[in-house]
Design a binder for this molecule. Sequence first.
Ligand code: HPA
Length: 277
Amino acid sequence: MLAVIGGSGLYQIEGLSGAKEICQETPFGSPSDTLIRGRLEGREVIFLSRHGRDHSYPPHLVPYRSNLWAIRKAGARRVLGVSAVGGIKRRFSPGDFVVIDSFIDLTRSRDSTYFEGRLSKKPAEEWRTARLMREGKVVHVDMTHPYCPQMAEILTEILEDLKLPYHPTGTYACTEGPRFETPAEIKMLEILGADVVGMTGVPEVVLARELELCYAGLAVVANPAAGISEGKLTSDEVLQMMGQKEREIKEVIRELARRLPEERTCSCGESLSGAVV
Ligand code: HPA
């Protein structure tokens, strides 16, 4: 089953038939909002608003561990994380979609792992992650391919078929926020190889890996990053672009629900093999 995590400007998806709210408590507390489960294009789908439907969780305080745990517990094996980003490289222009394939982590105050060795929580679930936590294991998860290649390929086909402006790959720099970056920071990120910048992609993708879920990052360039165009950067600008793209984003999500085969042909489900010390 597919779960969709909606970022800024994406607080719900229409057309979920038989939609039910699922309140999911986790060992890490409550997720950002109730999960909505329903059918889209004949397939079971879960939707969760990353910042809450009233947008009350700022990027550095999103309960990422609860969100991913709740999604896993509700039965999803695949996650699509949708987010707004600033474009760093000039060819990543406002309105473009980006299928993220790598990240640079510049966050600093987030709970970014389930694996805390002897200090780990002891969840009762039967999955490998929960068992390793109960056993107090130290785990170093591989990040060579942080994003699911099967989902990325299907997303790329969809963007191509829908004739939307897109980049099939892109490196996402995740900053701590909630402030926007300085032009000097953006220049640094460009030199480091980042294409786009956002505040929420990490640790979401990492936690999905630790739960052996497939995760795809679909970013929408909402603005040129700080210092790239004249003038100050505003949340209004970001939300306005996300509003403009909302219909297209929802079309991509519908197509993804329709086209994803039941079978996972990737190795995301074996992410913890060889990772345990
Ligand atoms: N920086 C960080 N996060 C963002 C931006 C940005 O320019 N635009 C949308 N999210």
